[in-house]
Design a protein around this ligand. Structure first.
Ligand SMILES: C[C@H](O)[C@@H](O)[C@@H](O)C(=O)CO
Ligand SMILES: [Mn+2]
Length: 593
């Protein structure tokens, strides 16, 4: 993995299951069944990638599976190969529970060919009944239109479901066994930064590691970082990061000497945060074997406020750099790193990163601006997508530079790309459109630099968030929408009354006219905490699928009902999808408990 995580990348295991009756039936089906497995493999390998850029690998069982012995041989192979996701395929009748995948920890789907010469779909129904009865929820995939027996193509609706399942299940498999690194603990009484090890362990299969912020200070003082990289990083920062206006009162402003020292500290903090997450072989060469190992962290967060920031430069610069798809070493996979150690925002950032392979935005969900309020303070009307009101996403200068909307696709549209598609020009534009302003000393006595920019373009995005509810457990909320580029004269007035040293994204959710999505105000009012994780693209349906694999119910979303894809067992909990989701998640409980 690019970000040097320990452990193999999970593979996708494909199980071609077959009618085991030899002397005619089985033989006539061997080729067609294996071909389905090969077609699924091609579809998956051609379309999906890991966030580190690696190709997805599929493993097909050595033989078709006609009964229990062959199912066991397949399970054995999958275990040796490190399979983390299971897809069973078949065109025909098979012996439901005899050929089933009985491993409780691996997400499962079954694709039954919709033909009529052989009963693939009726097997699917029998198989899913078995999975449900045994408490192993599985996704059922069954094309809408009947295909002829010889047809080896995969219909579009089946493709969509296979890819949605595999993408979500691989995201789940990648988190398992990895770490959330909590640097410091609770920031300003924010509940999400009271990192809950039971949630991580039971629902995500993850470890939580706690490191006191004094460790960062020790590494600064004892120079435990790669000094060569530090010189390179500082030079790059001086040459490429544009220092913004100092908005502090002249009486509290730092002089040039202090500011230069702060730059040095924030660069060191960035190296140290990263090394704490994933280790660094260079530290071993320098005699720090223990520090060289890191903590296998797939996500992390830094408390910062207040003990650290009252005394030392804040984490904004480091958080921005880590969350961006590039730094002094070039273009690379973005890290998932939460401001204020809000682990319940880090988790949806991690979901978004694993589902889209792109950098994630961390923001306060700060203000709902109604059209009337905007008119009152600016004298101007909101128009276009913004006309029913906007939500101000902004945090203390810690957001990924990928969110400047300066990365462009081939048509010149603003996008946020997986790092392997990010170009040098994209990086230059992101940097040119970002200022690093001396931090607001009222909040940050120790100074530091906050990234400041405006998301300058219309992009489809999805905001999400996990909240923990005592007695219920975790719930996920999802709002698909768009970033909007407000007229500069409206933006300036609204931004100035908030904090002109921070990065701003103007967000408009898609409205449905009902419930939490009745209007923009209701979305803001229904948001469960002060933060949101914002991911490029409309990924609500993928998040819903992923949440169901993890047994996390979704309490609010604006995704079309037709795109909701959950294990077939959810149908047994009633026709109202939201209520059924809660009941099913409660019934099956967290996967790793
Ligand atoms: C500087 C302030 O303390 C901010 O960090 C604060 O408004 C928040 O971001 C709260 O989440
Ligand atoms: Mn915040």
């Amino acid at each position: 993995m690019t970000n040097r995580l320990i452990g193999r990348l999970p593979k996708v295991g494909i199980r071609p299951v077959i009618d085991g009756r030899e002397r005619g039936v089985r033989e006539s089906l061997e080729e067609q069944t294996m071909n389905m497995a090969k077609a699924a493999q091609k579809l998956i390998e051609d379309n999906l990638r890991f966030p580190g850029g690696e190709k997805i690998e599929c493993v097909i069982a050595d033989t078709t599976i006609g009964g229990v012995a062959e199912a066991a041989m397949c399970a054995d192979k999958f275990e040796k190969e490190g399979v983390g996701v299971s897809l069973t395929v078949t065109p025909c009748w098979c012996y439901g529970t005899e050929v089933m995948d009985a491993s409780p920890l691996i997400p499962k789907a079954v694709w039954g060919f919709n033909g009529t010469e052989r009963p693939g779909a009726v097997y699917l129904a029998a198989a899913l009944a078995g999975y449900t009865q045994k408490g192993l929820p599985a996704f059922g995939i069954y094309g809408r239109d009947v295909q002829d027996a010889g047809d080896q193509s995969i219909p579009e609706d089946v493709k969509e479901k296979i890819l949605r399942f595999v993408k979500s299940a691989l995201a789940v498999a990648q988190m398992k066994g990895k770490t959330y690194l909590s640097l410091g603990y609770t920031s300003m009484g924010i509940a999400g930064s009271m990192v809950n090890p039971d949630f991580f362990q039971d629902y995500l299969g993850m470890r939580t590691e706690f490191v006191d912020m004094t460790e960062v200070k020790r590494r600064i003082d004892e120079e435990i970082y790669d000094k060569e990289e530090y010189e390179k990083a500082l030079k790059w920062t001086r040459e490429n990061c544009i220092e913004g206006e100092d908005n502090n009162n002249v009486l509290v402003r730092g002089d040039r000497e202090r500011k230069d020292w702060e730059w040095e500290i924030v660069v060191k903090m960035t190296l140290i945060f990263r090394d704490l997450m994933i280790g660094n072989p260079k530290l071993k060469e320098a005699g720090f074997g223990e520090e060289a190992l890191g903590r296998n962290a797939i996500a992390g967060g830094f408390q910062g406020q207040r003990q650290w920031t009252d005394y030392y430069p804040n984490g904004d610069f480091s958080e921005t750099i880590l969350n961006s798809s590039f730094d002094w070493n070039g273009i690379r996979e973005a890290f998932v790193f939460a401001t204020e150690n809000d682990s319940l925002n880090a988790v949806p950032m991690l979901f978004g990163h694993l589902l889209t392979n792109t950098a994630q935005i961390f923001s306060d969900v700060r203000t709902y601006w109604s059209p009337d309020a905007v008119k009152r303070v600016t004298g101007k009307e909101l128009t276009g997508l913004a006309k029913f009101g906007i939500i101000h996403l902004i945090n203390s200068g810690s957001t990924t530079m990928d969110a400047t909307a300066q990365q462009k696709d081939e048509q010149g549209n603003p996008v946020m790309k997986p790092f392997w598609d990010v170009t040098e020009e994209d990086v230059t534009r992101c940097m040119e459109n970002t200022r690093f302003c001396p931090a607001n000393k009222g909040y940050f006595r120790g100074g530091g630099y906050s990234s400041q920019f405006k998301t300058e373009g219309e992009m489809p995005v999805t905001m999400s968030r996990i909240n923990l509810v005592k007695g219920q457990g975790p719930v996920l909320q999802i709002a698909e929408g768009y970033t909007v580029d407000l007229d500069e004269d409206i933006h300036k007035v609204l931004d100035k009354r908030t904090d002109p040293t921070w990065p701003t994204t103007w967000f408009v959710p898609k409205l449905t006219g009902k419930g939490a999505f009745k209007d923009v105000y209701s979305v803001m009012a229904n948001w469960g905490a002060n933060h949101g994780a914002i991911s490029y693209g409309h990924i609500g349906a993928d998040l819903i699928t992923m949440a169901s694999i993890l047994r996390i119910p979704v309490c609010m979303h604006n995704v079309d009902e037709e795109s909701i894809f959950r294990p077939s067992a959810w149908n047994a909990f009633g026709e109202d999808k939201e209520g059924a989701d809660y009941r099913a998640c409660d019934n099956f409980g967290p996967v790793y408990k």
